[in-house]
Design a protein around this ligand. Structure first.
Ligand SMILES: *Cc1c(COP(=O)(O)O)cnc(C)c1O
Length: 377
């Protein structure tokens, strides 16, 4: 945060009612927190091997089946540690010999780096693009695992999920969907492993990974686990798979995280499913992008409108105004986490458009930015 934040008061009537716009973790809906408080005495601090907790895990797994329209032979697998830990688990238990990675931002490049360091795997193929765009997978006979990212949270770029044409029949298409899951629709026939953590579009807390696995992914997990590779138990996807089918986790999970995720998924499904959830994000980001395009000082960072993320809007500002100053003033007024992604090094704000956020709050955010820019210049 800037040490000399300009002293600007945003009028109360302009400010959003809820000032949480972080791209991770997401705003958690107050209704979900109240529901957790409501069942806390029978749930928090009780055994994760007993029916009360297993029922909630079961509702989370069934809710995801419904939300994504997963075929009956898929399994929703979960374990502790978030997406970063899942990358390690996949390195041990899902990549047979050689992977291909589409690298177009902080998160997609991190997974590729981790795999490159694994001594038991061949050097991965890494296909990169400029920041603010995405590369395209290219089928290769030597590749048994394609690593895609549904939404690059660092740059605000989304990519369509399609199985690379000509990929080997048993190749796995694995998708990091951490910020997209529950906000962007996808087709299970194009994917084998759709994995994420629930602290973004699913508006829960961190610490959990969830992976929707096709029969092909389950077969791969079982075959590698039965083979000669050493796999630490905490990273063993076969152990996670076997526990998940019993609505359990291998070790003690974060119960509040599981409850909040289940609550959000059921809210999506009650509201109409994926079209309801995705529609909320589209309305929010649609508002931000139109506001930026109409503005004299702001513009969307992602040039190709088709690649613009519906869940994380990255907005460039022209030289007349400092995005860092805007973010600092917003923060001082209770509007949080609009700062741009540091490593991109642009004069930019990054605004989450997760389904938990209200459109009226997003409209208040852009009105507040307009006010702040007027005061700064
Ligand atoms: C946030 C994020 C991650 C990291 O998730 P953790 O649960 O913190 O490990 C990975 N990939 C993407 C696309 C993300 O947005």
């Amino acid at each position: 945060m800037s040490t000399n934040t300009p002293d600007i008061q945003i009028p109360t009537e302009l400010r959003p009612a809820d000032g949480r716009f972080a791209s991770g973790p997401s705003k958690v809906r107050p209704e979900a927190v109240a529901a957790l408080a409501g069942i806390a005495d029978d749930f928090l601090g009780t055994s994760h091997r007993k029916s009360t907790v297993k029922d909630i895990v079961g509702r989370l797994r069934t809710g995801l089946d419904d939300l994504f329209g997963l075929p009956d032979d898929w399994e929703v697998v979960l374990g502790n540690g978030g997406t970063t830990l899942f990358w390690d688990a996949a390195t041990f238990g899902l990549i047979e010999a050689k992977s291909q990675h589409l690298s177009f931002g902080e998160f997609s490049s991190k997974f590729a780096k981790g795999v490159a360091a694994a001594p038991f795997l061949a050097d991965p193929q890494v296909i990169s693009s400029d920041m603010g765009a995405h590369p395209v997978a290219v089928a290769d006979d030597s590749v048994d695992f394609y690593a895609l990212t549904h939404n690059e949270t660092s740059t605000g770029v989304t990519m369509p999920l399609v199985r690379p044409a000509g990929a080997n029949d048993d190749a796995i298409v694995a998708v990091d969907a951490t910020s997209a899951a529950g906000a962007i629709a996808w087709d299970p026939s194009e994917v084998d492993c759709y994995y994420f953590a629930p602290q973004k579009a699913i508006a829960s807390d961190g610490g959990l990974w969830i992976a929707c696995c096709s029969p092909r992914a389950q077969e791969r997990i079982t075959r590698i686990a039965d083979g000669h590779r050493w796999i630490p138990a905490g990273l063993d996807l076969k152990i996670a798979l076997d526990n998940s089918t019993k609505n359990q986790t291998y070790n003690t999970p974060a119960l509040a995280t599981i409850f909040l995720a289940m609550h959000q998924i059921e809210w999506f499904n009650e509201g109409g499913g994926m079209s309801f959830a995705a529609g909320r994000s589209e309305a929010l980001s649609g508002h931000v992008y139109s506001w930026a395009e109409a503005s004299s000082f702001a513009s969307p960072f992602v040039a190709d409108a088709g690649m613009r993320s519906p869940v994380v809007a990255t907005i460039d500002f022209d030289d007349s105004v400092s995005a860092d100053d805007i973010a600092a003033v917003l923060r001082a007024n209770g509007i949080l986490d609009t700062e741009g992604y540091r490593k991109l090094g642009r004069n930019q704000l990054r605004i989450a458009c997760f389904p938990a956020i209200e459109l009226s709050d997003m409209q208040a955010l852009t009105a507040s930015i307009d006010f702040v820019v007027g005061e700064l210049s």
